[in-house]
Design a protein around this ligand. Structure first.
Ligand SMILES: [Zn+2]
Length: 545
C-alpha cells in the first residue's frame, strides 16, 4: 500500500508589498492567503514563491504598504446604509439647498408620504450654521410630514410630523427627551433624544429587502475606505432581520457586530422580558455577522450630554440622564447573567460617572466579569477619578476622535473651550492602561486615516487643533483601531493583526502610514481592501488574475 504525499499548501493569493505591518511589531514583505485566512508570511519578497500554484493570484505591489483592515469599534452602518435611501441633505451647503432637497423629494412623493432625510448632516456644514426651522420645512413640504434626523440625538420636524405623532402643545416631554419650544411656549419642531424616538416611531420603516440591499451599497462605501469590520452600535429587531437578509444573500462587504437597543422607555420588567425573548446572547453568529451585545443610552450628545457642571451657553442646563441607575443596574445584571455584553452611551462626565456606578453595581451583584463585558461608549468627557475607576474595574471604552473632528465647534459653544480640549484624552487613558478601541460614530463613511490623523494631531474639521497635549502616536492610533477593536469584539485570536491563522482582512495604501508625515494621512485612501480573503474594494483590479 502506498500513501499519497500530503497535498502541498497552495495559496489563493500571494501579496507582495513594500511593507506589511503586522501591528504586533513585525514587518513582512509578502503574505499568503488561502480561503478566508492568512496562512503564511515572510520577510523576504520571494519567501512564499514555493507556495504558489497555477491558480494563485500574485499581486506584486512593491509600491504599497499593507496593514490589517480597520475594525471600527462604534459606527452606525445601518443608518449610513439607510441614508442611501433617504433625502441626501448631508450634501447641502446652505439652508436653502437643504429645504430645496426636501421640497424636491416631496414633489416626487405621493401625497402625505413621509419625507425622511439622511441623518449624516450637521448644521456646521450649512453656510448659516443653524438648523432649518419648522416653518421652513412646512414651506418646503406643505403636504408631507418631514423628519430631518441629525445624528443620534436630535431631529427637526414639521407641523404634519408632529401631528402624525399626536404631539401637541400639551404633550409632556418623554423621559430623557425634550420637545423644544419657542419663547412663547409653542413647539419649534426640534426634538431631543427620547422625543426623536417618540416621533420617529410613526415614520414608516423601509422594507427589509430594501434595507438589506442598502446594506450592500452602504458597506461597500466603508470597504472602499479600508474598513473590514464595523461594530454596529445600535439596531432594533427589524434591522437585525435586514442584517440577516443581507448576510444570507452575501451582500455585506464588511463584517458586522451589532448591538441591540434596550430603550429607556421600557420598565425593568419589560426590558428583561425583551432580553429573554431574544433567545440567543452575545457571540451568536458567524465571522461575517455576529451579535456583540446590548445597547443602552445614558445621556444625549453635545446637546443633552449630562455634565457635572452647567453648559457654557446656558448656566441653567447641564444635560439629562435617561436611565434611573437602580433600574438600569437591575436590567444589566439580568442581561449579564444571561450571557450578554453591554455597551452604554455616555457622552458627558456626569453620565460617565453614573454608568460607572451602574456597572460597579452589576459587578457587585454578579461577580467579576471578563474584560470588555461592560463597555462605556464615547466617554467624551471624563475626570481622572472616573478614568481610574474604569481601569481598576476593567470596563472598556470605545473612543471616536471623529466626534471632536465633526462637532468641535458645537462643543466649543455648548461645553466651552476648557472642556472641549479635554475631549477623549487618549494619552491619559493609555498612560493608565485602559482598554480602548477606536471608531467613528458619524453614521456615514468616514476615512479611518482622517481619524488617525486626528488622534495624532488633535485636528478637527472646523474647530482647529483641540488639546494637542492629548495626541498619541500613529502606531498607537492604528493599534486601537485594529487590535483594540478585536479585543473589544472578543475576537483577538481572529482579527486585528497580520498573523497566520487570522482572518485575511487587509488594506493596502500607496504610502506607509507609520513613516509618512502625519499631515499626509488625513487624505490618504486605500488602493485595495480584502475581507475574509475576498477583495471588497479593488478599483484598479490589482487583485484580479
Ligand atoms: Zn453611536
Amino acid at each position: 500500500m502506498t500513501r499519497e504525499p500530503p497535498e502541498p499548501l497552495r495559496l489563493d493569493y500571494l501579496l507582495k508589498a513594500g511593507a506589511i505591518h503586522s501591528m504586533t511589531g513585525e514587518t513582512y514583505r509578502c503574505v499568503g492567503l488561502r480561503g478566508p485566512e492568512i496562512v503564511a508570511v515572510s520577510a523576504e519578497p520571494g519567501g512564499l514563491d514555493d507556495l504558489t500554484g497555477h491558480d494563485t493570484v500574485v499581486a506584486d505591489a512593491g509600491d504599497l504598504t499593507v496593514l490589517p483592515a480597520f475594525a471600527d469599534s462604534h459606527e452606525h452602518l445601518i443608518e449610513a446604509s439607510r441614508n442611501t435611501l433617504l433625502v441626501p441633505v448631508d450634501r447641502a451647503r446652505s439652508v436653502a439647498e437643504f429645504t430645496g432637497m426636501v421640497a424636491a423629494a416631496a414633489q416626487a412623493a405621493p401625497p402625505g408620504e413621509w419625507i425622511i432625510t439622511s441623518m449624516g448632516w450637521h448644521e456646521s456644514n450649512l453656510a448659516e450654521n443653524r438648523l432649518p426651522t419648522l416653518a421652513e420645512l412646512d414651506a418646503a413640504a406643505p403636504g408631507h410630514p418631514v423628519f430631518a434626523r441629525r445624528g443620534g440625538h436630535l431631529a427637526v420636524v414639521n407641523t404634519l410630523a408632529l401631528k402624525a405623532a399626536g404631539v401637541g402643545p400639551g404633550t409632556p416631554d418623554p423621559p430623557g427627551g425634550k420637545f423644544e419650544r419657542a419663547p412663547d411656549g409653542t413647539l419649534n419642531g426640534v426634538l431631543e433624544s427620547g422625543a426623536v424616538w417618540q416621533v420617529f416611531a410613526f415614520a414608516p420603516a423601509p422594507a427589509q429587502a430594501e434595507l438589506a440591499g442598502a446594506l450592500e451599497t452602504g458597506s461597500a462605501a466603508y470597504a472602499a475606505l479600508g474598513v473590514g469590520t464595523v461594530r454596529e452600535a445600535m439596531i432594533d429587531l427589524d434591522q437585525l432581520l435586514a442584517y440577516q437578509d443581507a448576510w444570507q444573500r452575501e451582500l455585506l462587504k464588511v463584517r458586522a457586530r451589532p448591538l441591540i437597543r434596550i430603550g429607556n422607555e421600557l420598565t425593568a420588567e419589560q426590558a428583561i422580558a425583551l432580553i429573554d425573548g431574544l433567545g440567543v446572547s452575545s457571540g451568536f453568529g458567524d465571522d461575517w455577522l455576529r451579535i456583540w451585545g446590548l445597547k443602552f443610552v445614558m445621556d444625549g450628545g453635545v446637546e443633552g450630554g449630562a455634565l457635572e457642571q452647567p453648559y457654557a451657553n446656558d448656566p441653567a442646563d447641564s444635560g439629562h440622564l435617561n436611565w434611573d441607575p437602580a433600574v438600569m443596574t437591575q436590567v444589566c445584571s439580568e442581561a449579564v447573567r444571561r450571557g450578554w455584553r453591554i455597551g452604554t452611551h455616555a457622552a458627558g462626565d456626569r453620565a460617565v460617572r453614573t454608568v460607572l456606578d451602574v456597572y460597579e453595581g452589576v459587578v457587585a451583584q454578579v461577580g467579576p466579569l471578563p474584560r470588555w463585558t461592560l463597555v462605556i461608549e464615547h466617554a467624551l468627557l471624563s475626570d481622572p477619578a472616573q478614568r481610574d475607576r474604569a481601569v481598576r474595574d476593567g470596563f472598556g471604552i470605545t473612543v471616536q476622535h471623529s466626534l471632536l473632528w465633526n462637532m468641535g465647534s458645537e462643543m466649543l459653544v455648548t461645553w466651552g473651550p476648557e472642556r472641549t480640549r479635554q475631549v477623549n484624552p487618549l494619552d491619559e487613558w493609555l498612560a493608565i492602561g485602559a482598554d480602548l478601541a477606536a471608531g467613528t460614530d458619524v453614521a456615514r463613511p468616514f476615512n479611518p486615516m482622517t481619524n488617525v490623523w486626528g488622534m495624532v494631531t488633535r485636528g478637527t474639521k472646523s474647530a482647529g487643533i483641540q488639546g494637542p497635549e492629548h495626541a498619541i502616536g500613529v502606531a498607537d492610533a492604528l493599534r486601537l483601531y485594529t487590535i483594540g477593536t478585536a479585543a473589544l469584539l472578543g475576537e483577538a485570536a481572529k482579527l486585528g493583526s497580520i498573523i497566520p491563522g487570522k482572518l485575511a482582512d487587509l488594506v493596502a495604501y500607496p504610502a506607509d502610514p507609520l513613516t509618512a508625515d502625519p499631515d499626509d494621512l488625513a487624505e490618504l485612501t486605500p488602493a485595495f481592501t480584502i475581507v475574509g480573503g475576498r477583495p471588497t474594494y479593488d478599483p484598479d483590479k490589482r487583485l484580479t488574475p
